[in-house]
Each structure stands twice: as C-alpha cells, then as structure tokens.
Design a protein around this ligand. Structure first.
Ligand code: HEC
Ligand code: HEC
Ligand code: HEC
Ligand code: HEC
Ligand code: HEC
Ligand code: HEC
Ligand code: HEC
Ligand code: HEC
Length: 345
C-alpha cells in the first residue's frame, strides 16, 4: 500500500476513534514502532555546531542550506544540553536560552505542524480543567496558558539517569509513561466527553449485526459462511496488521508484555516470525485446543490477533475462530495457558 494511502487510512482510524486529533500516521507509527523509538544517531560535527546555534536552524532550513534530516536531535543526550541551556556544563540554578521555553522548541519544530496535527497551545484551561489537573500540570502552564512543556516534561530528557526512560516514554510526556495516550488527555479533559469508539462492538443489543463495523479493519465484507481462515478475508492494510490495533492500544510498553521483562514495561518482542519449531507447536496446539492462532498472511509474523480475538462473540461461525471473543482480555486461550500455545513451559 502506498504511503499516502496508509496516512489517509490512519488519519481516518484516528478520526473515528475520537481518541485524538488527526495527525500524520508515520509519526504515530514511530511512537508505537515494534522496535521501540527510533535509534538515536551519532551527531555529525555540523550538527554539533548547529546545537550551539539553534536559533540559526530554521533560517538555514528555509535557505535550503540544511535538510530536515540534518536538524540535530538534542533530546536524551549529553551533547544536546547546549541547544536549550546556555552553559556547556549545566549548573543549578539552571537557565534557559529563551525566557519562554516554547521558543526553544520552535527553533527546530514548526509550530503549525505540531499544532495542526497534535494539539493547540496558548489557550487558558477552563475552570473544570484546572480543577482536574494535577499540580505538576498546573504549575507548568506559561502565563496561565497551555505550552509545549505542559505535556512534554523536558526535565525527563535532561537527566542522564533518566535517559533509559526514552524506551517507555519516548515523547517525555509529563506524568508518563501512559498505557494509553488518552490517559495523558484525561489530566485535563473530562473522560466522559471522550467515550472511546469501540470497534469490537459488532452486534446491537437487539442482536443485529453492525456490518459497518467490519470495514474498520476489513476492506470487503467478510463472508462468514465461506471463511475457513484468515486467508479468506481482506484487510485495509496489506502488512503490519498490528496497525489495525495500535491506534487505540499501545504495543510498547505492551500491557500484556510486562510479564517477562527485567523492568516494568519491557517484555519480549512477540511480533516476530516464529521459528519453525514454534510454528509446528502452534499448529498442534490449535488443533488440540480447538482454537485458531492466525499469523499475518503476507509475512507469517505473529501479530495482535494471534493472541487476541478482536470480534464480538457470535460473529464467527467457525467455533474455533469464535474462541476468546469477548473473553478475558480477548485472549484466544486463558491467560495462564496462553504462553504454552508457543512455549514449552
Ligand atoms: C530541548 C531542550 C532541552 C534540552 C536538550 C535539555 N534541557 Fe534541561 N531543561 C529544559 C527545560 C525547558 C527545563 C525546565 C523544566 C521545568 O522547569 O519544568 C530544563 C530543566 C533542567 C534542569 C532542572 C531540572 C529540574 O528538575 O528542575 C536541569 C538540571 C537540566 N535541565 C539539565 C540539563 C542537562 C544536563 C541537559 C543535557 C543532558 C539538558 N538539560 C538538556 C530544556 C532542555
Ligand atoms: C536543536 C533542535 C531541537 C530543539 C531545540 C528541540 N527539539 Fe525536539 N526534536 C528535535 C529533533 C531533530 C527530533 C527528532 C525528530 C525525528 O526523529 O523525526 C526531536 C524530537 C522531539 C520529540 C519526539 C521524540 C522522538 O524521539 O522523536 C518531541 C516530543 C520533541 N522533540 C519535543 C520538543 C520540545 C517540547 C522542545 C522544546 C522544549 C524541543 N523538542 C526542542 C530537535 C529539537
Ligand atoms: C496537550 C498536550 C500536548 C501539547 C500542549 C504539545 N504536545 Fe507535542 N505531543 C503530544 C502528543 C500526545 C504527542 C504524540 C503524538 C503521537 O502519538 O504521535 C506529541 C508529539 C510531539 C512530537 C513528536 C511528533 C512529531 O511531530 O515529530 C513533537 C516534536 C512535539 N510533540 C512537539 C511539541 C511542541 C513543539 C509543542 C508546542 C508547540 C507541543 N508538542 C505541544 C502532546 C502535546
Ligand atoms: C494540559 C492540559 C491538556 C491536556 C493534557 C490535553 N488537552 Fe486538549 N485542550 C486543553 C485545553 C485548555 C483546550 C481548550 C479547551 C477550551 O477552551 O474549552 C483543549 C482543546 C482540545 C481540543 C479541541 C481543539 C480545538 O481547537 O477546538 C481537542 C480535540 C483536544 N484538546 C484533544 C486532546 C487530546 C486528544 C489530548 C491528549 C493527547 C489532549 N487534548 C490533552 C488542554 C489539554
Ligand atoms: C478490529 C479489527 C476487526 C474488526 C472490526 C473486524 N474484524 Fe474480522 N478479522 C480481524 C482480524 C485481525 C482477523 C484475523 C484473525 C481472526 O481470524 O480472528 C479477522 C478475521 C475474520 C474472519 C475469518 C475468521 C476465520 O478464521 O474463520 C471473519 C469471517 C471475519 N473476520 C469477519 C468479520 C466481520 C463479519 C466483522 C464485522 C462484524 C469483522 N470481522 C470485524 C479484524 C477485525
Ligand atoms: C478505535 C479504537 C480501537 C481499535 C482500533 C481496536 N480496539 Fe481493542 N478496544 C477498544 C475499546 C474501546 C475497548 C473496550 C475496553 C476498553 O475501553 O479498554 C477495547 C478492548 C480491547 C481488548 C480488551 C482489553 C481489556 O482490558 O479487556 C483487547 C485485548 C483489544 N481491544 C484488542 C484489540 C486488537 C487485537 C485490535 C486490532 C485487531 C483492537 N483491539 C483494535 C478500542 C479499539
Ligand atoms: C504473544 C501473545 C500476545 C500478543 C502477540 C499480543 N498480546 Fe496483548 N496481551 C497478551 C496477554 C497475555 C495479555 C494479558 C495480560 C494480563 O494478564 O493482564 C494481553 C493484554 C492486552 C490488552 C489488555 C490491556 C490491559 O489493560 O489489561 C490489550 C489492549 C492488548 N493486549 C492489546 C494488544 C495489541 C494491540 C497487540 C498487538 C500490537 C497485542 N496485544 C499483542 C498477549 C499478547
Ligand atoms: C503465538 C506464539 C507465542 C505466544 C502465545 C507466546 N510467545 Fe513468547 N515468544 C514467541 C516467539 C516466536 C518468540 C521469539 C523467540 C524465538 O524466536 O525463539 C518468543 C519469545 C519469548 C521470550 C524471549 C525468550 C527468548 O528466547 O528470547 C520470552 C521471555 C517469552 N517469549 C515469554 C512468553 C510468555 C511469558 C508468554 C505468555 C504470556 C508468551 N511468551 C507467549 C512466541 C510466543
């Protein structure tokens, strides 16, 4: 699928999900990328020079003297302090290059882009917001208005001892990491106003099929009486099928992935091509347990629906494909046994 299609699709998914304002799909994909946040590349000598003169960056970009990729990333690294703090060695009390911290960001990030796609700034929260907001959000307002630094807590990426948090809180969200992005929103917004659209609700209370819901993930209406497997249905995406889910549910830190990781939020990367031995085990277990363990058709990888059933109970005519629908965490097999689908433990 072409990139622009993907962006339209993801913008659409986000729009109907009401969980956020629309924004470029590839950026979202970065946040939830299977590999965690993008690798921090070493800085070139040109970039080191730019870090010392951040106010020149936008001008050079406009002149075409540097490309967007050449803008140095100052976050989460010791060489970056100088882009925001005037001293080479930051000492307390700390000072900033600009009195208004928003101006720091705008040396490198275009306000229109950020505002159009993510969130406006510069407005004063109404009283009910102020009452809901935790202290650290309230005290981060600039002259009473929402600023970049209200949601992005820069002090997280300032502190060498916290650099490892980049893995679980790549956008340095204030009060983060958050299991779902909407939890950040609820620091200020009333959750009741943002009831989430639920694509798993596929049958009305009267028992009628909500066929429109199917098109959230499928690009043609699945023929339930004919379908014998995942190969008999189509999706809005050709690959990376986890993107059908990750607009609403985060993968990293995967909520069901904290079991085995050495640290909270970490866990094995399960969205991989299973080795032949595990694959054979999966086929055997699926037969024995009367369940399905579908893999992504194009790549053969494990994906969200290998473990979770996204359908409402009763949608699937094949009983094995119906297992797990509406059950605990939508797991195809009980939480205690599910690991044994693939591991001998
Ligand atoms: C992108 C801009 C930016 C970069 C890069 C940056 N800082 Fe900061 N730093 C800030 C801002 C803004 C604040 C004020 C945070 C606040 O008051 O909430 C801050 C606050 C601090 C503080 C006070 C923290 C606190 O909890 O009160 C220290 C110390 C500090 N920075 C050190 C550093 C060091 C050391 C580096 C490099 C490793 C660095 N900063 C990189 C923007 C930055
Ligand atoms: C010297 C330039 C520079 C300054 C100043 C700067 N940034 Fe960035 N920022 C970058 C670059 C480059 C990236 C990486 C973009 C990418 O990978 O596509 C980035 C990434 C980010 C990210 C995403 C994290 C990630 O890993 O991609 C956030 C959030 C962010 N910046 C917020 C801010 C805020 C808020 C400020 C102001 C306090 C600020 N930045 C100041 C250059 C800067
Ligand atoms: C109300 C909260 C909020 C405010 C205010 C806010 N952001 Fe963000 N920002 C977010 C969220 C949420 C994301 C993650 C979006 C996603 O899921 O991709 C984000 C992502 C980003 C990114 C990474 C995505 C990208 O475009 O490369 C940058 C950079 C960024 N913000 C900069 C800023 C700057 C600069 C400002 C101030 C002009 C700002 N933000 C104000 C919530 C906020
Ligand atoms: C720091 C507080 C704060 C956080 C966190 C926050 N918002 Fe907002 N948001 C506001 C304020 C204040 C307004 C303006 C509300 C008003 O004036 O009624 C607003 C307005 C909006 C609007 C309406 C925009 C418009 O131009 O009318 C949307 C949509 C929105 N926020 C979505 C979100 C989402 C999605 C998140 C989480 C990613 C989020 N907000 C997080 C404070 C916040
Ligand atoms: C949230 C995304 C999503 C929605 C919404 C959705 N599906 Fe699916 N569907 C999938 C995924 C992923 C698979 C492959 C895994 C599986 O079989 O459960 C699939 C597979 C199927 C299959 C093949 C099952 C088999 O193995 O026999 C049928 C039939 C099907 N869907 C019907 C529907 C119908 C009918 C609807 C609307 C009521 C619907 N789906 C809504 C994601 C979705
Ligand atoms: C438009 C947003 C949206 C999309 C896309 C989506 N879901 Fe959901 N999901 C929800 C909502 C809403 C719930 C209801 C429970 C809740 O609020 O967490 C839910 C519940 C779940 C649960 C149960 C969580 C629990 O705590 O019991 C699982 C597991 C799940 N979804 C998996 C998936 C998978 C797998 C996909 C992709 C095939 C997917 N979801 C796509 C919104 C979404
Ligand atoms: C290897 C199996 C496996 C895969 C693959 C997997 N999950 Fe899970 N997931 C689990 C298990 C197990 C749990 C339940 C953990 C527990 O006991 O709470 C879970 C829990 C969840 C929950 C419930 C979160 C909560 O608050 O309790 C959601 C939502 C979810 N997963 C979504 C996804 C999405 C989206 C993907 C794909 C990006 C995915 N899962 C891939 C095994 C998996
Ligand atoms: C759908 C199959 C599947 C399920 C279900 C599953 N895993 Fe995995 N798991 C894998 C695959 C494939 C790997 C990659 C390792 C490999 O290639 O051998 C892996 C890797 C791991 C690793 C890393 C170990 C290593 O050798 O790198 C751990 C730990 C792990 N899984 C734990 C679990 C736990 C705990 C559960 C149950 C909650 C679980 N897995 C459920 C397929 C699965």
């Amino acid at each position: 699928m072409s990139r622009s299609w993907l962006q339209i699709l993801i913008a659409f998914l986000l729009l109907v999900s009401c969980t956020s304002v629309p924004k470029p799909g590839d950026q979202h994909a970065r946040e939830i990328s299977r590999d965690g946040p993008k690798k921090l590349l070493p800085l070139t000598s040109r970039q080191l020079e730019l870090l010392e003169n951040p106010e020149r960056i936008i001008g050079l970009l406009d002149e075409g003297a540097i490309t967007e990729e050449e803008i140095p990333n100052p976050h989460w690294r010791n060489q970056g302090c100088i882009a925001c703090h005037p001293q080479r060695k930051v000492v307390k009390p700390v000072t900033l290059r600009e009195a208004d911290p928003n101006h720091l960001c705008l040396n490198c990030h275009e306000q229109e882009l950020v505002e159009a796609f993510i969130h406006p700034t510069g407005m004063a929260p109404p009283d009910d917001f102020l009452q809901r907001m935790p202290d650290q959000f309230r005290s981060s307002l600039q002259d009473g208005n929402v600023a970049c630094t209200t949601c992005h807590d820069l002090s997280i990426q300032c502190d060498e001892e916290r650099f490892a948090e980049r893995k679980i809180n790549p956008f340095f969200f204030r009060g983060g990491p958050y299991l779902t992005r909407t939890r950040l929103c609820y620091n200020c917004h009333d959750p009741k106003m943002y009831e989430r659209y639920n694509p798993h609700d596929q049958i009305t209370d009267e028992g009628e099929l909500r066929s429109k819901q199917c098109f959230y993930c499928h690009n043609t209406y699945p023929d339930r009486s004919q379908a014998r497997s995942i190969d008999d249905v189509n999706f809005n995406l050709a690959e990376d099928l986890e993107k059908l889910c990750t607009g609403c549910h985060p993968w990293r830190p995967h909520p069901g992935g904290v079991w085995a990781g050495p640290k909270a939020g970490e866990g094995p990367d399960h969205l991989v091509l299973p080795p032949e031995k595990i694959k054979r085990r999966m086929e055997r277990v699926a037969r024995q347990q009367g369940i399905i363990l579908p893999l992504e058709p194009k790549t053969g990888r494990i994906f969200c629906a290998t473990c979770h059933n996204p359908h409402e109970r009763g949608i699937q005519y094949r009983p094995e494909a119906d297992k797990g629908a509406d059950g605990f965490k939508r797991l195809r097999r009980g939480a205690l046994e599910i690991c044994q689908n693939c591991h001998n433990m």
